[in-house]
Write a protein that binds this ligand. Structure first.
Ligand SMILES: O=C(CO)[C@@H](O)[C@H](O)CF
Length: 522
């Protein structure tokens, strides 16, 4: 009876192979999420002994994750879906996301295994011997400083590398990780026939053959020329020999890379014509999930604050990262990470609002926009954007002072954090437009008074959006977009039925004049 009741419900699946778990959502044609499931590495795969999904090595710099843990997590989640009666036959297409920058090393001969998987067995035991490196470097790794210097030197410096690939050299970026493996484990490198990102690795398993890297996640490698969307020969050559043949040709992120492998048709009942749309990075997938459009900004207010920007024409800088846009192949996106986020806000709340958010909010309500000309920048931990530490306060006469009254301190912190975001966004080529929406997410986005300052500083309306599943949901949206491949239907058209974000704050009249004056002084 239950099965009979479950009407045929065509859907797309969105996957996320993130740092701590594998997650999946099913989204129907009305863009409603009607199924979700997840497998948590630390909790459900304890035999791998990870913490937060990773192994931090004794050197304190090397951070890896076992690829077979990701493979086995997929076995488990598919069995959970099957046991719950999920109807795989209704899946029209699937796409997914992976934690960015991580890399997977397929051993010579693995492609034969991948194309001839037996549907009678789980993936883990069949792929057991398919990887030349079992502990994959992931984005939390910072052991490749030497390789970063070598790469920048090879292409003419940090700014040159940023112009070429969208970022200066970063330890977590894949090219530098591949260089380290080639230098320190040449044997394994020589037995590697294919190198995938976490995203294209997951796509390869569903495809039953090697999936290409997409332009957007490929922009996180310090290897892809983001203007021409081809590998930079100078960067490839600086990292490792014969690298291009191991990477394959990159593809537009909206590409249908093929039909699902017969393994999934026979073992789980997926339709043979189910399409696999290129997987991408978790942040580009989140941009799709938030339905960011030209001129919009997403601000994730968490432990560290992350800004997602949509850029038409990027101006690469030494801060932030520019990626090819995952939903519009002509445009770009950028990420800016600010390490002094919520932890800094909590410290000032403790010191100047007796650890009470309501007192903190009252201070914002009782102080004026522009804070009487008082400016403050607070970095208790070494900031990434820019690289600076310490607390810096300036009076209206621009004299450095050592303290502010409590209410002034609180407003100075919040105005300073949001003005810094605007300054660095504009340095990357971002411009506020009349149609600009600011999408706020993360813990601090529940504080309306804080969002009012955000609206005033940027001169744009602020909406709140729930992004718990944004990488998965964005991947399901991209799968629907892939179904329309060839009709050049814009992504925004495909997802217009999705639930809209909620408007929370609009700019106070006169705000732009106040902050223009203040921004001149920074
Ligand atoms: O390194 C990052 C982006 O550059 C992180 O956000 C990872 O993508 C998290 F998985």
């Amino acid at each position: 009876a239950a099965m009979a009741e479950r009407a045929a419900r065509h859907c797309c699946l969105g996957w996320d192979f993130s740092t701590q778990q594998v997650k999946v959502v099913a989204v129907d044609a009305e863009l409603s999420v009607f199924y979700e499931d997840s497998v948590h590495f630390d909790r459900d795969l304890v035999e791998f002994g990870t913490q937060g999904g990773v192994h931090v090595h004794k050197d304190g710099l090397t951070v890896t994750s076992p690829v077979l843990m990701w493979v086995q997590a997929l076995d488990i989640i598919l069995e959970k879906m099957k046991a719950s009666g999920f109807d795989f036959s209704q899946v029209l297409a699937l796409s997914g996301a992976g934690q960015q920058h991580g890399s997977v090393y397929w051993k010579t001969g693995a492609s034969q295994v991948l194309t001839s998987l037996s549907p009678d067995l789980p993936l883990r035991e069949q792929l057991q011997a398919c990887f030349s490196i079992s502990d994959c470097p992931v984005w939390m790794d910072s052991s490749t400083a030497a390789q970063c210097r070598q790469l920048e030197a090879a292409v003419g410096g940090a700014q040159a590398l940023s112009r070429l690939t969208g970022s200066r050299a970063y330890e977590r970026f894949t090219g530098n990780q591949i260089a380290k493996i080639y230098q320190q484990n040449p044997e394994a490198y020589s037995h590697t026939e294919r190198i995938s990102l976490v995203s294209s690795f997951a796509a390869s398993v569903f495809l039953g053959s090697y999936s290409p890297v997409d332009y957007s996640d490929g922009s996180g490698m310090n290897l892809l020329q983001i203007q021409d969307k081809v590998w930079s020969q100078a960067c490839l050559g600086a990292c490792a020999p014969r690298l291009e043949e191991k990477l394959g040709r990159p593809v537009p992120s909206c590409s249908v890379v093929g039909a699902i492998s017969s393994y999934f048709v026979q073992r789980y009942g997926f339709p043979p014509e189910c399409k696999v749309v290129a997987f991408t990075g978790d942040n580009p997938a989140s941009l799709a999930g938030m339905r960011l459009e030209e001129g919009d900004i997403a601000v994730s207010l968490g432990t560290s604050d992350t800004l997602f920007l949509w850029l038409q024409e990027p101006t690469p800088a030494l801060e932030g990262h520019i990626f090819c846009n995952p939903v519009d192949p002509q445009h770009y996106m950028a990420l800016l990470c600010f390490k002094n986020g919520s932890l800094m806000r909590e410290k000032i709340r403790d010191e100047s609002a007796s650890a009470s958010w309501s007192k903190f909010s009252k201070a914002l309500q009782s102080t004026e926009m522009g804070n009487g000309g008082n400016l403050g920048f607070y970095f208790d931990v070494m900031e990434i954007t820019p690289e600076i530490i310490g607390r810096h306060r300036f009076s209206a006469e621009n004299h450095e002072v050592s303290a502010f009254p409590q209410d002034v301190e609180i407003r100075a912190l919040i105005e300073g954090q949001f003005m810094a975001k605007k300054i660095h966004a504009e340095a990357l080529g971002y411009r506020v437009m009349p149609k600009t929406k600011i999408l706020a997410t993360g813990g601090a986005s529940h504080n309306r008074d804080l969002l009012q300052v955000l609206a005033d500083v940027f001169g744009a309306p602020v909406y709140v959006i729930d992004t718990a599943n944004s990488a998965c949901v964005g991947s399901a949206y991209r799968a629907f977009h892939g179904l329309a491949a060839g009709t050049d239907m814009p992504f925004a058209e495909i997802v217009k039925l999705a639930p809209n974000p909620r408007l929370v704050a609009t700019p106070t009249p006169g705000a732009s004049q106040v902050y223009e004056a203040l921004l001149q002084r920074t």
